[in-house]
Design a protein around this ligand. Structure first.
Ligand code: GDP
Ligand code: MG
Length: 734
């Protein structure tokens, strides 16, 4: 159905798209204000894929559409379409719209890929949030929205599916106010004729936008529709009122003219742009991606209201003319090898150029510089500031790394930042990578035969470079490789990719929950180790304390130094490389808690004193620190923490009691039960992950398959004594 539908659109838009034919030329550094780096974020099924597809079609790659018209078969078209889908999913795609260049960076929808969403957000200048008009703000919308706040990304909202009978623009706007606590500004209204959506109303210009035979038509709302005219006038006055409340420039103009009604549209548009970019308001648009209603005005809105690279991420100016870019995605291409996607914040990225990786402290040679146009890579000589570049030949850069042209350039930028009034945190700028979420599940992985062990390890190293939320550890006790991931699906997909992309038929062990341990008390411990190997004497004396902490901070500072006057003279004399060794030792020591051998969290280690004799190796220092931490943990005693998930179930009202009954057996805490516009219920609860194994099956049985759910990691929480004993029994087997 989709297929014939798409072909129809292509036919309709053929002539129209000719006008927007794009060349492979990307915009240069004097046109940075014409670039938009955007992402589309949504809850599953809100219509992200459909909206993205329509945007690409309307912005149009002539070559592709031409091929269809040259009589290429439907299947051909489909396979290409699918391939392009993968390209988009894998990274970014560039297209032109009204002489602007839009770099659309794809974000995966499933919650198991939160890590990818974070990586992407890091490089976006703006985002389009797609809502299902019959559901409003949903669980995942809240998650991505909150993630976007971390990166200060201005947003516009597209309320999709307005063709549905139960769609409700007001409800969707209200859900933005209630759940996101933002100021939505409705710039469109649905245009309904005979109970059918035929277009949208542009509130600012007070025009009807209708689509006939695939062409968008603008027409003024005449006096023959007095009711519509009146409601649009009121809506416009409301927009002007809200926006002038957030924008002094517009406010003073309104005061001058003493009326809300006649504010000139360009003035209002500029004010909306300023208020959107400063994240004071959220412009809201509506339509139906599926019915091709509202896409062109949405693209216009991207250009009009979302910022260009010039208007954001200003702090990168310290690099001057030098290259500064951040890697946000690595894709393994069969022909090209690893392709690293970079967002360029300053300077130019040129073919064959030497780059310096700030986080890894190493120099690497760039291969090709490419841009993704629709479904293919195009090679270019160089790419300028504000752009997204696909680079080949880099072997060491991983997602989140920052690169510049040379170590000298990095030093210069660091110095420049330091000399500023302290408003920028240098370390933050040099280390602010994406936040890697906790791996709540883990399992062992084994190759089909020993001869494939090396292939498996190489494949996992590559997969991990692409996806830092995949943890790969080696368990020295069992000599197995242990994978940690975000969910059942995440690890299943890794297994699938091992087979499809690397031809390794790996077996995954039983999926297990990643518990944690946390110290109950403060403790202090001193130890001294003395060994003699050959003629070398190794002597380490160390004093450490463990301090329990309630909340794990974003930036985890594990090692802190004792700043009291007694400790000061010793601390001041410690060599930096010895501190690094101590830190390593602490990390290893915290890897296995004393109770069930799981990772220890919610604590900091304070170093009071370190004495070493000359000739002692770093390894001896590390080992002593590890030993000391292990002693501390035994002294302080630990409790077991388990991952708690936020579970959102959408179901029919009749099933609420049985679902709630089932949840009550799962140690769930119900947050709330709310009603949706279409009459279904939303149950939001906090449930321990251990209770949710196979939940999709049990929910299907309870509701005869009519309910859906989403879950995401919320936090680690301490177990009750009874539950703790059960876990210990299960893990130890007695
Ligand atoms: P995604 O999961 O956010 O990528 O959503 P999709 O684009 O895959 O859409 C999910 C479902 O909603 C598909 O069956 C679409 O055909 C349907 N859909 C998308 N847009 C619309 C729309 O505007 N109106 C209606 N009625 N259905 C839509
Ligand atoms: Mg999709």
């Amino acid at each position: 159905m989709m297929n014939s539908h798409l072909i129809k659109i292509i036919r309709r838009y053929k002539q129209w798209t000719h006008k927007y034919f794009y060349s492979t030329q990307v915009l240069g550094s004097n046109n940075v204000d014409k670039i938009r780096n955007i992402g589309i974020l949504a809850h599953i099924d809100a219509g992200k894929t459909t909206t993205t597809e329509r945007m690409l079609f309307f912005a149009g790659s002539i070559k592709q559409m031409g091929e269809v018209h040259d009589g290429n078969t439907v299947t051909d078209f489909m396979s290409q379409e699918r391939e392009r889908g993968i390209t988009i999913r894998s990274a970014a795609v560039t297209f032109s719209w009204r002489k602007h260049q839009v770099n659309l960076v794809d974000t995966p929808g499933h919650i198991d890929f939160t890590m990818e969403v974070e990586q992407t957000l890091n490089v976006l200048d703006g985002a389009v949030i797609v809502l299902d008009g019959s559901a409003g703000v949903e669980a995942q919308t809240v998650t991505v929205w909150q993630q976007s706040l971390r990166y200060k990304i201005p947003k516009i909202v597209f309320v999709n599916k307005m063709d549905r009978k139960d769609a409700d623009l007001m409800m969707s706007c209200n859900s933005l106010v209630e759940k996101m606590r933002v100021k939505p500004v409705c710039l469109q209204m649905p245009l309904i004729h005979d109970k059918k959506l035929i277009g949208v109303i542009d509130v600012l210009t007070m025009e009807k936008l209708t689509w006939e035979q695939g062409k968008m038509r603008r027409s003024v709302i005449g006096n023959d529709c007095p009711k519509t005219l009146q409601s649009v006038k009121e809506a416009r006055a409301k927009v002007v009122d809200t926006v002038s409340g957030c924008d002094d420039e517009l406010a003073s103009k309104i005061i001058e003219s003493e009326s809300l009604d006649n504010a000139p549209t360009p003035l209002v548009v500029n004010a909306i742009r300023r208020a959107t970019i400063s994240e004071k308001i959220i412009p809201v648009f509506c339509g139906s991606a599926y019915k091709n209603i509202g896409i062109e005005p949405l693209l216009d809105a991207v250009i009009m209201y979302l910022p260009s690279p010039k208007e954001t991420k200003q702090y990168f100016q310290h690099f001057g003319e030098n290259l500064c870019a951040r890697a946000f995605k690595i894709v393994h291409d069969k022909q090209r090898g690893p392709v690293t996607f970079f967002r360029i914040y300053s300077g130019n990225f040129s073919k064959g150029q030497k780059t310096y990786n700030i986080q890894k402290n190493l120099t690497e040679q760039t291969g090709k510089v490419m841009v993704t146009f629709a479904d293919e890579y195009k090679e270019v000589e160089s790419l300028g500031v504000g752009n997204i570049a696909a680079i080949t030949g880099l072997k060491h850069s991983t997602t989140g790394d920052m690169i510049t042209s040379s170590a000298t350039a990095a030093q210069a930028a660091k110095k420049l930042m330091g000399s500023k009034d302290g408003s920028v945190d240098i370390n933050d700028m040099f280390s602010k990578g994406p936040k890697v979420p906790e791996a709540v599940f883990f399992c062992s992985v084994e190759p089909p035969s020993l001869s494939q062990q090396a292939a498996l390890e190489t494949a996992l190293t590559q997969l991990q470079r692409e996806d830092p939320s995949l943890r790969v550890n080696h368990d020295p006790d069992t000599n197995q490789i242990i994978l940690g991931g975000m969910g059942e699906l995440h690890l299943e997909i890794i297994k699938d990719r091992l087979l499809k992309e690397y031809k390794v038929e790996a077996t995954l062990g039983k999926l297990q929950i990643s518990y944690r341990e946390a110290p109950l008390d403060k403790a202090t411990c001193d130890i001294t180790t003395e060994t003699k190997i050959g003629n070398n004497k190794h002597f380490v004396s160390i004093s450490l304390s463990i301090i329990p902490k309630q909340n794990e901070d974003d930036e985890k500072v594990i090692l802190i130094l004792d700043r009291t006057s007694e400790a000061a003279s010793n601390i001041a004399c410690i060599l930096p490389k010895h501190l690094v060794a101590v830190r390593h030792g602490i990390i290893v020591g915290l890897m296995h808690g004393p109770k069930i051998g799981y990772q220890v969290m919610n604590c900091q280690i304070m170093l009071h004193m370190l004495n070493v004799v000359k000739g002692t190796t770093d390894f001896a220092i590390e080992a002593t620190a590890t030993q000391c931490v292990q002693k501390l943990l035994k002294q302080a005693k630990t409790s077991i923490l388990e991952p708690i998930m936020l579970l959102e179930i959408i179901c029919q009202e009749a099933h609420v009691p049985s679902i709630m009954g089932d949840l009550s057996k799962k140690r769930a805490a119900i947050r709330n039960v709310s009603i949706r516009s279409c009459g279904s219920k939303v149950i939001t609860s906090e449930v321990p992950l251990s209770e949710l194994f196979g939940y999709s099956t049990s929910l299907r049985i309870i509701t005869s398959g009519t309910a859906t759910f989403t879950m995401e990691f919320l936090e680690y929480r301490a177990l009750s004594l009874i539950e703790e004993n059960k876990v210990i029994e299960k893990i130890r087997g007695f």
